[in-house]
Design a protein around this ligand. Structure first.
Ligand code: EPZ
Length: 418
């Protein structure tokens, strides 16, 4: 089993280029099957989830190749509309293919993407929306059997919650539908805008992305295009946090400053000095960080839930008390046990976690159980005294390209062993 070995305590210093965004690349890879012809995606991160998405595309009859952060997808008529259970379970976000397959083939059979890592991952909003668009849906033996007998038509859909995945899935199902689709209370994440940008380049008629109402007018055909995947704001938050928590300084190139605003302001509240120029962020962290009294995760442009574990790890030794409120997922504190093992002082009551800054953390052996929780353990290990061993790397590798190389280039004593 692979593990990361970290000898903590080094101040991280240096400059890195930010990888492309996993949560933009995945829906755009799904969208590429809607097209006729070839799409080329640049700045596509080299991650296990990306390979899972490519395996799904190839299983449907697309022809994909991926090297040097460039994905080439040739798509036309799909050879099939079913995704095997094995492929569906490789990643939670495989459900994002359902909307695209329905948009292209008007029918699909998939299985539930599974949950438990962050709590249940229901897809009721996705399915309710598809029903409104003329799709009959039967659920039996863990399979979701979808068929739009009379084709998919546009609909007015109001989401109970601005779900990222539901917004993306409705966009994918509606770009080739008959008529107009309106998504009220749509998610506003930057990755939604990147998906809309790609689809517009392919010939889709979409407006309002980035706001709370998106309007899509169905078109007859979409054609492949070339697209640069946006930078990964959560990976960026991870690397900035590691520098901040070790009293270091970092230059982060190829960033997406606007998309990271809510996170950057928390690091400034914690005492970091941050300056930006173009797509470069410069962070310097002086002495001991200051606690941040309230961090509440909210839909974009609020503080991102994906950065909750990351900023928590960063503030474990801050001076004072930081209070977290996780409002998006019902089980996103699983990383806390590992942080407690490293000497943190954290008390959880319901969706609130109270972090009392401690003077020092101690290296320990811990196991990642989800992607961002694993990143939090790496950050804590980098600022702890002594040796930490982190397993469960398959979670971390889903979202971070060569995480140990990035940190080693910043001066960390970290290596991956079998
Ligand atoms: C996306 O997940 C991201 N994944 C997540 O990033 C991110 O944490 C999340 O959005 C919130 O920003 C990808 O983009 C691949 P949601 P998604 O639908 O689409 C509930 C990471 O670390 N809900 O916005 O699954 C749901 O249970 C990952 O990169 C329903 O109840 O998130 C959750 O509580 C983790 N019914 C809330 O809404 C539904 O039909 C937000 O989920 C759909 C969602």
């Amino acid at each position: 089993m692979q593990k990361l070995i970290i000898n903590g305590g080094q101040r991280l210093r240096g400059e890195i280029e930010l990888q492309g965004a996993k949560n933009s690349a995945l829906p755009i890879l799904s969208a590429s099957l809607l097209c006729d012809g070839e799409s080329i995606l640049y700045n596509c991160p080299c991650l296990s989830d990306i390979y899972s998405a490519i395996r799904i595309l190839n299983s449907l009859g697309c022809r994909c190749s991926f090297s040097d952060n460039k994905a080439v997808i040739k798509s036309g008529n799909l050879e099939k509309f079913e995704i095997s259970e094995e492929l569906m379970c490789e990643m939670r976000s495989s459900i994002i293919f359902l909307g695209a397959i329905l948009g292209k083939s008007k029918e699909s059979i998939v299985s539930y993407p599974g949950g438990c890592e962050l709590g249940s991952r229901p897809i009721d909003m996705h399915l309710d929306a598809f029903r409104k668009m003329g799709v009959d849906i039967k659920e039996e033996y863990g399979k979701i059997i979808c068929k739009a007998r009379d084709g998919i038509h546009g609909a007015k859909i109001t989401l109970d919650f601005p779900s990222v995945g539901a917004t993306e899935n409705i966009m994918l199902a509606s770009v080739l539908a008959k008529g107009e689709t309106v998504i009220n209370n749509s998610a506003r994440e930057p990755e939604i805008c990147d998906l809309a940008e790609y689809l517009r380049k392919c010939g889709a008629k979409i407006k309002g992305d980035g706001e709370s109402r998106i309007i899509i007018k169905g078109v007859k055909k979409l054609y492949g295009c070339e697209h640069d995947i946006m930078p990964d704001r959560i990976a960026g938050a991870t690397y900035l946090s590691a520098a901040a928590s070790t009293g270091g300084e970092i230059i982060l190139k190829k960033s997406c400053i606007n998309a990271m605003e809510s996170f950057l302001s928390v690091l400034e509240d914690a005492g970091c000095s941050i300056s930006v120029a173009g797509d470069v962020i410069y962070l310097r962290s002086g002495a001991r960080l200051k606690a941040v009294k309230s961090i509440r995760t909210m839909p974009y442009p609020g503080f991102p839930t994906d950065a909750q574990a990351i900023i928590m790890a960063t503030l474990l030794k801050a001076n004072g008390t930081s209070i977290f409120e996780e409002n998006i997922f019902d089980c996103r504190y699983k990383h806390i046990d590992a942080l407690l093992k490293m000497g943190a002082d954290i008390k959880v009551r319901g969706k609130t976690a109270v972090v009392q800054g401690v003077k020092r953390l101690y290296g320990a052996s811990v196991e990642a159980t989800d992607l961002r929780g694993g990143a939090a353990m790496v950050i804590a290990g980098l600022s702890a005294e002594g040796k930490s061993t982190i397993t469960g790397l398959r979670h971390i590798d889903r979202g971070y390209e060569n995480i140990e190389n990035v940190f080693r280039n910043l001066g960390a004593d970290i290596k991956r062993t079998e």
